[in-house]
Design a binder for this molecule. Structure first.
Ligand code: COA
Ligand code: AMP
Length: 629
């Protein structure tokens, strides 16, 4: 079937389409129906099924005689370590870890926070939770204590599983003190913490609360897989919204299994046994879906990479790993390719490796600029595919589905909607826009299996964030257009979310931190264009009247404050002091206009502006920082 036929097949009978896809999953009790309409915009998939994610990701492959196949390859240039874990080993390790968690009182539905770097134990911890029906919430290692504390209070975990440390180029990330700080700050306290001691840094354990990863597994009974309802939450993953309070995206068990499994062949073009590598982090949705779950559910080999595209040790690391481990499909963020290209524009490192195993490359997480795609195509001589999705959807909304059909690549477009997604471009009133015209990108409800059914403990926020603006649709928060061939173009966010090196961050959260500085009366944070990271945050500070401290000193303090409160991943390094912020007459800060001035793109003075002279002052401040050219 062609892409158009597959899409039409889905559209003609969405429930039949997903019931058919569901036959690839090993059910304890097969679903009798696909979709449940709970009313008022809420839907669930395969709710009456019984199933276990870990069984589908691990045990069933062993039972099917593939236990010796490598499930996980751990490749860590930062610790000079390589290790392979077969499916049978993975099953044994996960069953014991799950047994130890159960022996300490973790049961179906209990939340467990996982705060770990890119080591196989992070995936094992996720699978161990899934095995006993516990709901994990992985927190990215680049977040500071405060962010971890916010997640602890929202998810109220019974246990936290953490590593003693992470390794960033040139520094050790002290996870354990960050964890202790977070637990101290949080109102909710976990019953216990499991600490995986890494040899690079052994952490001090707190007696009565912390147990050692190995020690607490000693002599326990391995746990069997616990079947859970299809609509049982598999995990909660927090993502940035407009405010400092992150949104807890819920993923349901059965929908995730069916949808992710479907994507592996149809979109990413791999068969069971092939090596699939997503160079991301388990703390992000790409890591959940395409390092941990999808490759394992589909019986592929996945790679846990602890390193960076450059500097660990050089710009050839990606190519070394692809060649050495025979990667068939590689997935990364455009920013990673920009980093490599900057160091090796002529592809001298590429030429050192035999990349004949590589079939295709997928890019997501931010807009893929045509230069980067063309460079990668020229160097790698395989299709380089932009695809678009979000934490909320868990899998691609739009892509070029190479496993179905290779569609022509249009630079600047993540291609076409995948089955399950009826994507529409709407004007402010919610009316469909003609082809080629810019509007808000919305998806007609219901969303397909594997997407978010709700937000954790925040149904009102779920409705307000996604369902209210365009009744009957899910609002993506992205703006863009669709051309006459049905190709999508993703142009910008419609909210205060920015994208820094493929990481989604909230400028609102940063503003909340800056406002906490005693000398700051008012502030704004915008995302300005950056040739490496896509965007970087830039803060504007208005100081309290009478404050005579040096601006350089205050700038340094706010940079440290954001690093301490949100984390190094925010990459907040730039701020400037201004007298006033540009506002509308009703007091709304004109962030969009500031971004256009900074990036040197065309802009019009908003009709509602309060005092146009402020824009002049902002332009001067931006020029002093090297922007607004
Ligand atoms: N734990 C702790 N700190 C982390 C971290 C982690 N897991 N990940 C990043 N950080 C820190 C970095 O050490 C850095 O700190 P610094 O300010 O002390 O240098 C800061 O967060 C910013 O990190 P990063 O975004 O990695 O920037 P960089 O300048 O070190 O590297 C790139 C630039 C382009 C190489 C890097 O951003 C990259 O590899 N990007 C790809 C991102 C990606 O794959 N995203 C997945 C989305 S699909
Ligand atoms: P996250 O939830 O962290 O995956 O971030 C999702 C957001 O990243 C989307 O809403 C987009 O704004 C942006 N994004 C992801 N992939 C793409 C892409 N291929 N092109 C443009 N923007 C993208």
């Amino acid at each position: 079937m062609t892409y158009s036929e597959v899409y039409a097949h889905w559209k003609a009978d969405p429930e039949g389409f997903w019931m058919e896809a569901a036959t690839a999953i090993s059910w304890d009790q097969a679903p009798t129906r696909a979709l449940s309409d709970l009313g008022d915009g809420l839907y669930e998939w395969f709710a009456d099924a019984k199933v276990n994610t870990c069984y589908n990701a691990v045990d069933r492959h062993v039972e099917a005689g593939r236990g010796e196949q490598t499930a996980i390859i751990y490749d860590s240039p930062v610790t000079h370590t390589k290790r392979e874990i077969s499916y049978v080993e993975l099953r044994n390790r996960v069953a014991t870890l799950a047994g130890a968690l159960r022996a300490k009182g973790i049961e179906k539905g209990d939340r467990v926070i996982i705060y770990m770097p890119m080591i196989p134990e992070a995936i094992e911890a996720m699978l161990a939770c899934a095995r006993i029906g516990a709901v994990h919430s992985v927190v990215f290692g680049g977040f500071a204590s405060n962010e971890l504390a916010v997640r602890i209070d929202d998810a109220t975990p019974k246990a936290i599983i953490a590593a003693s440390c992470g390794i960033e180029p040139g520094r050790t990330v002290h996870y354990k003190p960050l964890l202790d700080g977070a637990i101290e700050q949080a109102s909710h306290k976990p019953d216990f913490c499991v600490i995986f001691q890494r040899e690079q840094e052994v952490a001090e354990l707190i007696e009565g609360r912390d147990v050692n990863w190995h020690g607490f597994q000693y002599g326990v009974e391995p746990a069997d897989c616990v079947p859970v309802e299809g609509n049982h939450p598999s995990y909660i993953l927090y993502t940035s919204g407009t405010t400092g309070q992150p949104k807890g995206v819920i993923r349901h068990t059965a929908g995730q299994l069916v949808a992710l499994n479907w994507t592996m062949k149809n979109i990413f073009n791999v068969d069971p046994g092939d090596v699939f590598w997503a160079a991301s982090d388990v703390g992000w949705v790409v890591g959940h879906s395409y390092i941990a779950y999808a490759p394992l559910i589909h019986g592929n080999t996945t790679i846990v990479f602890e390193g960076k595209p450059i500097g660990t040790p050089d710009a050839g690391t990606f190519w070394r790993i692809i060649s050495e481990h025979k990667v068939k499909t590689f997935f990364t963020a455009p920013t990673a390719f920009r980093a490599v290209k900057r160091e090796d524009s002529k592809g001298e490192y590429v030429a050192k490796y035999d990349l004949s195993c590589l079939g295709q490359v997928y890019l997501a997480g931010e807009r893929a600029d045509p230069d980067t795609i063309t460079w990668a195509q020229d160097q790698l001589k395989v299709p380089v595919i932009d695809h678009w999705w979000q934490t909320e959807t868990g899998w691609p909304i739009a892509a070029n589905p190479l496993g179905i059909e290779t569609l022509p690549v249009k630079l600047g477009s993540p291609a076409v909607p995948m089955p399950g997604y009826d994507v529409q471009i709407l004007d402010e009133g919610g009316h469909p826009m003609p082809a080629g015209e810019l509007g808000a990108i919305a998806i007609k409800l219901p969303l397909p299996p594997g997407t978010l059914p709700n937000l954790w403990n925040a149904e009102d926020r779920f409705r307000k964030s996604y369902l209210t603006t365009f009744p009957g649709y899910y609002e993506t928060g992205d703006a863009g257009m669709m051309d006459e061939d049905g190709y999508l173009y993703i142009m910008a966010r419609t909210d205060d979310v920015i994208n820094v090196a493929g990481h989604r961050l909230s400028t609102g959260a940063m503003e909340e931190v800056l406002s906490g500085h005693p000398d700051v009366a008012e502030c704004a944070v915008i995302g300005v264009a950056d040739s490496l990271k896509g965007q970087v945050p830039l803060g504007f500070l208005c100081l309290n009247a009478g404050c005579s401290r040096s601006h350089a000193e205050i700038n340094a303090e706010v940079v440290k404050l954001v690093r301490d409160k949100i984390g190094p991943v925010a990459a907040f390094k730039l701020s400037c002091v201004v007298d006033r912020l540009p506002k509308t007459r009703s007091g709304k800060i004109l962030r969009g206009t500031m971004v256009s001035i900074a990036d040197g793109t065309e802009w019009k003075q908003p009709a509602t502006i309060d005092d146009p002279a402020v824009l002049e002052e902002i332009t001067v401040a931006l020029r002093a920082l090297g922007y607004a050219k």
